[in-house]
Ligand binder design. Structure first.
Ligand SMILES: Nc1nc2c(ncn2[C@@H]2O[C@H](COP(=O)(O)OP(=O)(O)O)[C@@H](O)[C@H]2O)c(=O)[nH]1
Ligand SMILES: [Mg+2]
Length: 447
């Protein structure tokens, strides 16, 4: 996929000719149409009228959290609906995904109401309740989040770290060095404004002096944290909305279904009653994948047959969730390519229909972004924002890329809350987003 880096003004001209805080960042290039476009094999979006909400029978699979693990998940289903961004639908040809591990752990992010009591000390995470099927030297959950975060983000941090070390070892700080650093930061997807702020913070008072790579990393982390702090916001499940409706959106393969599973586990471990709606009705495998997650986390899944109207299904799910006293309803959706008007229209329809049932719903619309797509995440935010009114972001796959810096650029540009980040496929590999930890991890600093 062709990547477009925003141009930036030269460092020298800024150092000598312009104010540090002058507006400088040109917009990133608009969405480039995805190579390959719409998959021909993908069924057309259902065209059932918005009001025809009971056209197809729905099934609710009742989940049992007590089901023994060995009876639960066929491994091939764990990532079965992965599709590449290019829109190809290699159903049945995906690599098999490892089984997510089940742990009960939860952090302070899942506060149930905005009350002072909820702002108290986070509870310690309970021990892993089921053995990990993955033969690992050390169980992931036991390693702790900081370790998983830093290990996961190693590719991003080591590429930045290498640049910093290469540039600042036994060298005086001059304009050329700073310009090279700025280039490296832009290359690392941090975004032009943040890259400029970092180089300016580094140059302040240190011109023509030596500065150690460690000092540079500390300043870098500080500036990144400044950008991220305003967006690092917990997802608050307001229990006055029952059910609290969360709509998950994003392109195919971003990690929506997996994130629903991980989030459900967190909600369930807090004693919340969770229901799932299999709104990705385009492919049977996607429906199955959600059912598997529902079963393993103990959440009923409302589904219909492949090709059913997703908006109608969402409506049914709301009714069912209300009737059975669910606290949270998570609605999965198909991976709508952001440049496909028809698919976007269908997403808008889901939102409209949900609002018919409850005008305040969806209470959260979470856009799931795959960090490995780099700058393309920018256009995804813009387009999904228009179609569905994104209330918050979840960034996945920070473990699979050197492009984790994109989160900083997104924060700078859109200022949308970032609720969670994912650094792996396991159920424990999703945690609330915290600015300081992320900034330190990206800079390659110890905790
Ligand atoms: N490495 C890694 N893989 C992830 C992460 N989140 C999701 N995945 C994998 O990405 C693939 C696609 O996820 P899925 O939830 O099916 O995406 P969806 O199409 O948006 O529903 C699956 O194989 C997941 O296991 C993550 O944080 N790290
Ligand atoms: Mg999915």
């Amino acid at each position: 996929m062709a990547e477009t880096k925003p141009d930036k003004p030269g460092f020298l001209s800024r150092l000598f000719g312009r104010k540090a805080d002058a507006p400088t960042a040109p917009e990133p290039a608009p969405a480039t149409p995805q190579a390959g476009g719409e998959p021909e094999a993908m069924p057309s979006p259902p065209t059932t009228g918005a009001d025809d909400l009971t056209a197809a029978p729905s099934t609710v699979t009742t989940a049992s959290p007590d089901t023994p693990e060995e009876n639960k998940t066929p491994p091939e289903l764990a990532g079965a609906d992965l599709q590449p961004i290019e829109g190809l639908d290699p159903e049945g040809t995906n690599p098999q995904e490892p089984l997510p591990r089940i742990v009960t752990e939860h952090g302070p992010e899942l506060r149930l109401d905005i009350t002072a009591a909820d702002l108290g000390t986070p509870e310690p995470a309970p021990a892993e309740v089921l053995p990990s099927p993955a033969p690992e030297t050390q169980p992931a959950a036991a390693r702790g989040w900081w370790q998983r975060l830093t290990e996961g983000m190693r590719r991003t941090s080591s590429s930045l770290s290498d640049s910093v070390t290469g540039l600042f070892t036994k060298r005086r700080l001059d304009a050329a060095t700073l310009e090279e650093l700025e280039d490296a930061l832009v290359q690392a997807d941090l975004g032009v404004p943040t890259a400029m702020r970092i180089t300016e913070a580094i140059s302040a008072g240190r011109y023509n002096k030596e500065i150690s790579p460690q000092e540079v990393k500390t300043i870098l982390a500080g500036e990144v944290e400044k950008t991220l702090s305003p967006v690092a916001q917990p997802l608050i499940v307001d229990r006055s909305n029952k059910p609290f409706v969360i709509l998950m959106i994003g392109v195919n393969g971003a990690g929506k279904t997996t994130t629903i599973g991980k989030l459900s586990q967190k909600f369930r471990s807090q004693g919340l009653k969770v229901m799932l709606a299999a709104g990705d009705t385009f492919r049977a495998a996607a429906i199955e994948q959600l059912k598997v997650w529902g079963e393993r986390v103990g959440a009923p899944v409302l589904s219909r047959e492949q090709g059913a109207d997703a908006a109608g299904l969402a409506y049914d799910a709301l009714q069912e969730a209300k009737a059975n006293g669910s606290d949270v309803l998570l609605i999965d959706t198909a991976g709508r390519l952001q440049n496909k008007a028809g698919l976007m229209a269908e997403l808008e329809k889901i939102v409209r229909v949900v609002k018919k049932f409850d005008p305040s719903a969806p209470h959260a619309t979470l856009l799931v972004l795959d960090a490995t797509v780099g700058q393309n995440a920018m256009s995804q935010v813009e387009l999904f924002q228009k179609a569905a009114g994104v209330t918050g972001l979840v960034m996945t796959k920070l473990d699979g890329t050197a492009r984790g810096g994109i989160l900083v650029a997104l924060a700078e540009k859109f200022r949308l809350p970032v609720h969670f980040i994912g650094v792996g496929e396991g159920v424990e590999d999703l945690e609330p987003f915290t600015a300081r930890d992320f900034a330190k991890a990206i800079a390659g600093l110890d905790s």
